[in-house]
Design a binder for this molecule. Structure first.
Ligand code: 48F
Length: 254
């Protein structure tokens, strides 16, 4: 076949524009493509929820991509091994209860599962604000291209409507902070010291609806709760993403 550059351009523009227009209205917006966010998006999509994941960076994977200090391995404890198995992520037991997986395989397989289940990924898009109207409920996100933000260009954003938001933005808990900064009743206690056992043990309790329409998961959940951090053990991130998917799905599917 003879290739036409303009047809290639039209194919990209037309299909992505169509998707972006379709996703101006969605059930659940997940902010952040780290391990908790991708897990959450995959499981929401499997439940039939219309879910879009917004990631400000070029690549999906967040803090899982680089493993521990750039050694591309992650550790997952016994309690979360079933999630590795569910997504077909190979692992080896290093010592009893400590399962080691390759970080690139983990991110890739979680992401592939989310795509197959129907989650839509919007990378290079930063969430810069939220929509809260008269009923006091989080009802949407204000988004812009990350390069616009990085360049400091004065270009107005666009808005997305959703029934629920999952803040999976990691240590910064950016969406929770946006709500709190503008007067929302959402106390943020800030992340604590490194204490893996405690941080992993308590994360499910902190994975919850912290403001009407806003669920927190992953490190964002611990940061809001004033809980410890855990470093490159990822079972809590996977389990927290799973719990956030259950909670958000229950909120939007009735
Ligand atoms: O930090 P991140 O991987 O979050 P997580 O799912 O996992 C934490 C672990 O990676 C690790 C740990 C536990 O083992 O301590 O750090 O809680 O991924 C968060 C993602 O959110 C994106 C950010 O680029 C990253 O990829 N993000 C943050 N703020 C925004 C955002 C925003 N305003 N808009 C879009 N994406």
């Amino acid at each position: 076949m003879e290739l036409d550059e303009v047809t290639i351009s039209r194919a990209i523009l037309a299909t992505q524009m169509e998707t972006m227009v379709e996703y101006l209205d969605l059930d659940v917006a997940v902010v952040g493509g780290g391990p908790s966010g991708i897990t959450c998006a995959a499981l929401l999509a499997e439940k039939g929820v219309k879910v879009g994941l917004f990631e400000k960076k070029l690549s999906i994977g967040g803090g899982m991509w680089g493993g521990g200090m750039m050694f591309p391995r992650i550790v997952v404890q016994a309690e979360a091994k079933r999630i590795l198995d569910r997504f077909g992520i190979a692992s080896k037991e290093f010592e009893p209860g400590y399962h080691v997986a390759k970080s690139v395989e983990a991110v890739s397989k979680l992401t592939a599962a989310a795509c197959t289940a129907g989650a839509e990924f919007f990378n290079l898009i930063a969430v810069e604000d939220v929509v809260i109207k008269g009923d006091g409920r989080l009802a949407g996100l204000v988004v812009n291209w990350s390069p616009v933000e990085m360049a400091g260009l004065h270009i107005d954003p666009l808005t997305i409507r959703c029934k629920a938001v999952v803040d999976a933005s990691g240590h910064d808990a950016t969406i929770a902070h946006m709500v709190a900064k503008k007067g929302g009743d959402l106390p943020i206690r800030g992340e604590g010291f490194m204490w893996a056992d405690r941080a992993e043990g308590n994360i499910l309790e902190h994975t919850r609806e912290v403001f009407p329409g806003l669920f927190v998961c992953g490190m964002a959940a611990n940061a809001v709760a004033g809980e410890c951090r855990m470093g490159p053990i990822f079972g809590g991130m996977l389990l927290s993403g799973e719990r956030a998917a259950d909670l958000a799905a229950a909120a939007v599917l009735h």
